[in-house]
Design a protein around this ligand. Structure first.
Ligand code: ZN
Length: 390
C-alpha cells in the first residue's frame, strides 16, 4: 500500500481545519488530525513536510477547452490542445472539458478521447456533451444517453443569447433541458445544463422561461459567462436574481480587462459585487474558459488562456478583495463539486475524499500538487507531462 503523509500544514478543507496532518492511502484521504502516526507495518510512507504552509483542496475547473476553444480567427488562429502539465501547474486536479465554436474540426469523440488522455495521465478529467448549438451534438444517439451511459460525461452544454448560435427555438431548448433533467434522475447524481450566456440583449431570459414555463428547478441550469458589463448585457443583474431563486452562477476568470476582454467584469470584482448584493456564497462558482484565445501582447498575435488563472483569481480574492481562504476557495472547490455531483469526492480535504491537494509556499504560490494520491508537482515544477510534451 502506498501511503502519503502531509505533515503539519495549515489545512483549508476549504473550511479552516487548523494545523493538522493528512494521511492518504493510494488515491484517497484516509485520515486527518494532529500528530498522525501511520502504522509501521503499512509499508513505506512518503512524508511531505508542510509546516508553515497552507494546504488547500485541488481545484475543480468546470470549463476547460481541452481541444482548444475560440477558433474564431481563421485557420492560423486555431487554438492547440491543452497539455496535462498546464493543469498540474494550475493546481487544477479536476477539469471538465467542452466543445467551443469549432464543431467541424473538433468533435465530441475527440473531446472524449482527450478526456481519457488527461485522466490517464494523472488528473481527473470529465466532459460536457453537447456544444453551442441546437440540436445538441451527442455521442450515443441522444444527450440523455451520453449522460447516463458515459461515466465521464457530467451534463450538457448549450448556448443562449449568442449571436453565433442564437438557438431561438425555445421549444428545442426546453426539450434539451428536460432531457438533461431526466438523465439526472436516471444517473442518480447531478447533471446540469451548462448555458453559455452570450452578449445578446435578452441575456438569461430563456433561463427564467425554463423555470417559469417548464417548472425547471433552478439548480438544474448553470449559466456561465455572467460577468459581462451592464452596458452590453443585462446578465449580471439577472444572475443575482437567478441566485436568489436557488440557482448557481458561474463567473468566467478570463472575462475581464486583465485577459484582454474589456467587456467583462473582472472576476474578483464580480465575486465581490455578488456577495455585496446578498448572493449566497455557496451559489457562486469560478471557471476559467481555459485554452480559448485572447489577444497577446504582441500586436496581431493570440495566446491561449492558461488554466492557472483559476488559482490566480482565488489568490486575488484573498490578497486583493480581503476574503478569507475558505471564502475564496469555495467557488473553485466545494461549490463546483456540488454542482457537478462530485460532492464528498472532489474539492474537499476530508477522509474518504480523493487525495487531491495543493501545498502553497510562503508567498501563497503553488508549490506542491497531489492528484489522486500522486505527487504531480514538487517545488513549483510539474512532474507530469504529456507523452509528446517537450
Ligand atoms: Zn468556453
Amino acid at each position: 500500500m502506498s501511503l502519503l503523509l502531509l505533515r503539519g500544514g495549515h489545512v483549508f478543507a476549504p473550511e479552516d481545519r487548523g494545523v493538522v496532518d493528512v494521511l492518504a492511502a493510494h488515491d484517497r484521504i484516509l485520515a486527518m488530525g494532529p500528530g498522525l502516526q501511520p502504522p509501521a507495518d503499512f509499508g513505506s510512507v512518503t512524508v511531505i513536510d508542510a509546516a508553515g504552509r497552507r494546504v488547500i483542496p485541488g481545484l475543480v475547473d468546470q470549463h476547460v477547452h481541452f481541444l482548444g476553444g475560440g477558433d474564431g480567427d481563421g485557420p492560423t488562429g486555431r487554438v492547440p490542445e491543452l497539455q496535462v502539465s498546464d493543469l498540474v501547474r494550475a493546481g487544477t486536479t479536476t477539469a471538465v472539458g467542452l466543445l467551443g465554436v469549432d464543431m467541424e474540426g473538433k468533435t465530441l469523440a475527440m473531446l472524449l478521447r482527450k478526456t481519457h488522455e488527461l485522466d490517464r495521465a494523472g488528473i481527473t478529467a470529465l466532459a460536457w456533451t453537447g456544444s453551442m448549438r441546437l440540436p445538441a451534438p451527442c455521442l450515443t444517439g441522444s444527450v440523455r444517453g451520453d449522460i447516463i451511459l458515459l461515466d465521464k460525461v457530467v451534463g450538457a452544454k448549450c448556448a443562449i443569447a449568442e449571436r453565433y448560435y442564437p438557438n431561438l427555438d425555445f421549444a428545442a431548448l426546453a426539450q434539451l433541458a428536460g432531457e438533461v433533467m431526466q438523465a439526472r434522475s436516471a444517473k442518480g447524481r447531478a447533471a446540469p445544463l451548462l448555458l453559455h450566456v452570450g452578449r445578446l440583449a435578452e441575456g438569461m431570459r430563456a433561463v427564467f422561461d425554463l423555470i417559469e414555463r417548464c417548472g425547471m428547478p433552478a439548480d438544474q441550469v448553470l449559466p456561465t459567462h455572467i460577468n459581462r458589463h451592464e452596458d452590453i448585457s443585462p446578465v449580471f443583474a439577472q444572475a443575482i436574481e437567478f441566485a436568489r431563486l436557488g440557482g448557481t452562477v458561474d463567473i468566467t476568470c478570463c472575462l475581464g480587462p486583465r485577459d484582454g476582454i474589456p467587456t467583462g467584469i473582472d472576476p474578483v470584482e464580480a465575486v465581490r459585487r455578488l456577495l455585496a448584493a446578498g448572493v449566497d456564497a455557496a451559489r457562486i462558482t469560478l471557471s476559467t474558459d481555459a485554452q480559448v484565445s485572447v489577444p497577446a501582447d504582441e500586436p496581431g498575435r493570440l495566446r491561449a488562456v492558461p488554466p492557472a488563472i483559476l488559482f490566480r483569481d482565488v489568490r486575488r480574492l484573498v490578497h486583493e478583495a480581503g476574503l478569507s481562504w475558505p471564502e475564496a476557495l469555495a467557488p473553485a472547490t466545494v461549490n463546483v463539486a456540488r454542482v457537478l455531483g462530485l460532492a464528498g469526492r472532489k474539492g474537499r480535504i476530508a477522509p474518504g475524499a480523493d487525495a487531491d491537494m495543493v501545498v502553497l509556499d510562503a508567498d501563497d504560490r503553488i508549490e506542491t500538487v497531489i492528484a489522486r494520491g500522486r505527487i504531480v508537482m514538487r517545488g513549483g515544477t510539474p512532474l507530469l507531462r504529456g507523452m509528446f510534451e517537450a
